[in-house]
Design a binder for this molecule. Sequence first.
Ligand SMILES: [Zn+2]
Length: 54
Amino acid sequence: MISSDLLNIIVCPGCGSALREKDGGLQCTECKNVYPVEDGIPVLLVDRAKKTSR
Ligand SMILES: [Zn+2]
């Protein structure tokens, strides 16, 4: 689980938009990339993002 404090300060490394929790990862509200969360740490790397259909 990601704290809302953390969600407020981290942004998508691809486009700089806000992220929200989705299916155990973090999804960008703009480009829809989903970043994994490992041991409670968000992995904010474009290389690791799961692209989803728009
Ligand atoms: Zn994005």
